[in-house]
Design a protein around this ligand. Sequence first.
Ligand code: ADP
Ligand code: ZN
Ligand code: ZN
Length: 728
Amino acid sequence: MPGPEPGPAAQIQPLLGPIDRPLDYAVPEEFAAISPGALVVIPLGRRKVPGVVVGRDAPTHAGRLAPIAGAIDAVPLGEDMLELASWVASYYASTPAAALRLVLPPGADGPVRVGRDGVWRVRGAPSGDTALIARTAAGGGSARRREISAALAAAGGQLPAAELCRVARTTMPTLRRMAEAGQIRLGRSRRSGLDWFGEPPPPDEPPLLTAEQDAAVGAISARLDGGGALLLHGVTGSGKTEVYLRAILAARSRGRSSLVLAPEIALTPQLLGRLRARLGTGIAVWHSGLAPAERAAEYARIRDGEVDVVLGARSAVFAPVVDLGLVIVDEEHDASYKQDSAPRYDARRVAWFRASRAGAALVYGSATPRPESWHALPRVTLAERADGAALPRVDLVDMRTQPAGPISRPLARALRTATDRGEKAIVLMNRRGFALGLLCSGCGWIAGCPRCDIGLVIHRGPERLSCHHCGHERDLPRRCPECDSSQLMRQGSGTQGAEDALRELLPSTRIVRLDASTTGGRGDITRLLAEFAEPGGAVLLGTQMVAKGHDLPDVTVAGVLAADAPLARPDFRAEERTFGLVVQLAGRAGRRGEPARVIVQAWEPGARALQLAAEHAVTDFVTAELVARDRRGFPPFGHLVRVVLSGPEDAPLAEHATAVADEARAAGIDVMGPAGLHRLRGRHRRAILARSPRAEAAREPLLEALRARRSAFTTADIRAVIDVDPQE
Ligand code: ADP
Ligand code: ZN
Ligand code: ZN
């Protein structure tokens, strides 16, 4: 039987399967109106898979084309989103399918099936339908029920019922009985990312802007008509958020939407709270913690224009915002804006692409801006704290002059004084300075990962050695496997060691630990921060997370342990990170005008990054950093592109890596390497770093050399990862 008449063609990118470029398909009469952005079903081999129409051009090959099999019941992607995906795919050397997944509704790339009605649907695609939400009511009841009500109140008075069951360790029947007794309320509503953040706060009273804030709002508003980017450099507590709020209102009054990016939404509930208090409804939140159904609901609300403000983390830069007028990247120095798996995009650069295409104003805000932004953008400065308070004093403590142990005497004293007075403290550990390893004092053997060639770290409860890279675990040996000595020593002091030292120092004080191992579950961060915020003295101990944008009252002491640990790393951003960390942490202390102290412990307190951080000397630091980068051709004076090759055998890998580097060099770009990296998950690795004033110029010769080796790589089981503008 002849197939449908071959009509005009379409270029379609399959979303499933190995095809990494669009293919030509015939468009039968019934789909003649289909245009780029549409979701369709296409035959691919024997399968039917979902795909996105990316073009309606004549086919590039003569011959009969397979026809489109059906249309998927979904709203097509806008031209702007299609263009965005295509730019991401080429700039970051990713595949079109992977880039399209970033802009498609959640779950659009699943297997498809045709319904009885002849309409194709994606199986398992979450719909943003309703969810059962628990809300605070009268409370009361048994002790157990009061506990459940308290858990709900601690979450802001509103949670998805399923989540309340999890955090309060209860069941749905119990919640239903509580609802019948009027102790809580249960109701269905359309899902939303806001379900997680409690009832909306009451409207707030806008403060009178300071002169600096007023100038900043003016500079942003001027860019709302016609676009343009700027850097908002505001010291911590200078009222950057207030500037954002006014700019969002200015965009809203022009009928345009705002996209607000922040590093980690769960860490900054205050930001959302302030948006809701000032802007009322019309806000969506978008972050990786959302369940698929919540994400689908937010996607639909945003795309359908039900909201005109989207707050989200990195991936929100792809939210289908309509009439985009303003993009804000808060804490623009934060490393989490870079995605560390493919597509390895940097949300800050994607934001720039989106804003310039949409003619939107773009604001990068930070107390510690990146040299890149400092160099490239017009700058508006908020030099004073909004409440006129002074920045806290920062003391550097030389650990070489201190008794052994993770907490120095000055920090111990400050912590005791503060918590005795019922005030709060934040203590930040640089994880790298606190890994606890196992060393043989007989022969120098170090317990290492058999698959990654790096040291294993001792974890507690029960004690195990584990690899931070691949998760490999083993028991602690009693004797050295090399020399059979029983003299095995612990090396380093360990995250846990710091916690123990704190508990010993402050036996009756609440110590809340915030790090990857305590924040695995959804809502954990919010719960831990709420616990810390409860009245009375408390210490928040954790990794980098504790330095991020929270605005917590009563913090009068901030300490950094092993502040200079990152400086030992071969990373040209190590100084920038160290500097930023200290200045940011200092900013968490002394808000609301309390006098505060910041104590920075280091082994090399003379390091430039620490000395300048202690003086809050951002301008001096960035200026010097730019001079150093210019000399070396590093960002912002050049783009870097890194290729990491990995394989089971070292010899062929080394050969290929050298050849790839040589070919790129022959093409006229500046190439460093290949350099050996430590083995990871049993695979040897080599890295090549190319540098060029233009990202494309560094990327293309590398891609070319990799493409030429595609089949050789398959044979030798070599994988290549390409990272444009790497951050590590
Ligand atoms: P940043 O984001 O720059 O660290 P915030 O926006 O959190 O600073 O502002 C710090 C504090 O100052 C907040 O409590 C905020 O409400 C307050 N604030 C901001 N602007 C003003 C103003 N113009 N007048 C009075 N208080 C202000
Ligand atoms: Zn030994
Ligand atoms: Zn490992």
